[in-house]
Design a protein around this ligand. Structure first.
Ligand SMILES: [Zn+2]
Length: 115
Protein backbone atom coordinates (compact mmCIF):
# COMPACT_ATOMS: atom_id res chain seq x y z
CA UNK A 1 0.00 0.00 0.00
CA UNK A 2 1.50 3.25 -1.11
CA UNK A 3 -0.76 5.53 0.78
CA UNK A 4 -2.83 4.91 3.85
CA UNK A 5 -6.26 6.39 4.16
CA UNK A 6 -8.33 7.59 7.05
CA UNK A 7 -11.24 5.38 7.87
CA UNK A 8 -14.78 6.58 7.51
CA UNK A 9 -15.21 7.17 11.21
CA UNK A 10 -12.13 9.40 11.40
CA UNK A 11 -13.22 11.38 8.35
CA UNK A 12 -16.70 11.88 9.73
CA UNK A 13 -15.32 12.95 13.10
CA UNK A 14 -12.87 15.35 11.47
CA UNK A 15 -15.50 16.88 9.21
CA UNK A 16 -17.65 17.44 12.27
CA UNK A 17 -14.69 18.88 14.17
CA UNK A 18 -14.01 21.29 11.32
CA UNK A 19 -17.67 22.26 11.07
CA UNK A 20 -17.51 21.37 7.39
CA UNK A 21 -15.00 24.16 6.79
CA UNK A 22 -11.54 23.71 5.37
CA UNK A 23 -9.10 23.66 8.24
CA UNK A 24 -6.47 25.49 6.22
CA UNK A 25 -8.28 28.33 4.44
CA UNK A 26 -11.50 28.50 6.42
CA UNK A 27 -13.72 28.25 3.36
CA UNK A 28 -16.34 25.65 2.72
CA UNK A 29 -14.79 23.15 0.35
CA UNK A 30 -16.63 22.28 -2.82
CA UNK A 31 -14.87 19.00 -2.77
CA UNK A 32 -13.72 18.12 0.71
CA UNK A 33 -10.63 16.07 1.09
CA UNK A 34 -8.78 14.66 4.00
CA UNK A 35 -5.17 15.56 4.37
CA UNK A 36 -2.49 13.85 6.35
CA UNK A 37 -1.12 16.69 8.43
CA UNK A 38 2.05 14.69 8.75
CA UNK A 39 2.47 12.80 5.51
CA UNK A 40 2.39 9.05 5.77
CA UNK A 41 5.92 9.01 4.37
CA UNK A 42 7.00 11.15 7.28
CA UNK A 43 5.53 8.79 9.79
CA UNK A 44 2.06 10.33 9.94
CA UNK A 45 -0.69 7.94 10.88
CA UNK A 46 -4.39 7.80 10.18
CA UNK A 47 -5.43 9.12 13.51
CA UNK A 48 -7.96 11.86 14.08
CA UNK A 49 -5.13 14.11 15.22
CA UNK A 50 -3.26 13.70 11.97
CA UNK A 51 -6.34 14.22 9.82
CA UNK A 52 -7.25 17.60 8.37
CA UNK A 53 -10.52 18.38 6.71
CA UNK A 54 -9.50 20.49 3.73
CA UNK A 55 -10.67 21.66 0.33
CA UNK A 56 -9.15 19.88 -2.64
CA UNK A 57 -7.98 23.15 -4.15
CA UNK A 58 -6.07 25.20 -3.35
CA UNK A 59 -5.28 23.79 0.07
CA UNK A 60 -4.75 20.11 -0.47
CA UNK A 61 -3.09 20.60 -3.83
CA UNK A 62 -0.93 23.50 -2.72
CA UNK A 63 0.19 21.51 0.23
CA UNK A 64 1.14 18.68 -2.03
CA UNK A 65 3.12 20.96 -4.34
CA UNK A 66 4.83 22.53 -1.38
CA UNK A 67 5.35 19.16 0.09
CA UNK A 68 8.93 18.84 -1.12
CA UNK A 69 9.87 22.07 0.58
CA UNK A 70 7.71 21.25 3.55
CA UNK A 71 9.30 17.86 3.83
CA UNK A 72 12.73 19.38 4.24
CA UNK A 73 11.36 21.66 6.89
CA UNK A 74 9.65 18.74 8.54
CA UNK A 75 12.80 16.72 8.47
CA UNK A 76 14.82 19.55 9.91
CA UNK A 77 12.18 20.16 12.54
CA UNK A 78 12.03 16.50 13.31
CA UNK A 79 15.79 16.22 13.57
CA UNK A 80 15.77 19.26 15.76
CA UNK A 81 13.00 17.78 17.86
CA UNK A 82 14.82 14.50 18.14
CA UNK A 83 18.06 16.27 18.90
CA UNK A 84 16.51 18.64 21.35
CA UNK A 85 14.79 15.78 23.08
CA UNK A 86 18.14 14.32 23.86
CA UNK A 87 19.84 17.63 24.45
CA UNK A 88 16.82 18.85 26.36
CA UNK A 89 17.42 16.16 28.91
CA UNK A 90 21.08 16.97 28.95
CA UNK A 91 20.57 20.69 28.80
CA UNK A 92 17.64 20.51 31.17
CA UNK A 93 19.76 18.93 33.83
CA UNK A 94 22.77 20.99 32.85
CA UNK A 95 20.86 24.22 32.77
CA UNK A 96 19.26 23.55 36.06
CA UNK A 97 22.62 22.90 37.58
CA UNK A 98 24.13 25.90 35.90
CA UNK A 99 21.30 28.25 36.74
CA UNK A 100 21.27 26.88 40.24
CA UNK A 101 24.98 26.95 40.90
CA UNK A 102 26.26 29.79 38.77
CA UNK A 103 24.24 32.68 40.14
CA UNK A 104 24.80 31.45 43.66
CA UNK A 105 28.55 31.07 43.30
CA UNK A 106 28.65 34.39 41.48
CA UNK A 107 26.72 35.97 44.28
CA UNK A 108 29.17 34.63 46.79
CA UNK A 109 32.06 35.78 44.67
CA UNK A 110 30.61 39.24 44.57
CA UNK A 111 29.36 39.34 48.09
CA UNK A 112 32.23 37.77 49.93
CA UNK A 113 35.08 40.04 48.78
CA UNK A 114 32.97 43.07 49.50
CA UNK A 115 32.11 42.14 53.02
ZN1 LIG B 1 -8.89 25.22 1.87
Amino acid sequence: MARQEFNRKTKAARALHANGICEYCGLKPKKPEYDHFIEAGDGGDNSFENCRFVCDYPCHRSKTTHYVKQRRKHERARDKANGSLKSKQRMGRGNNQHTATRPVSKLYEFVEPRE
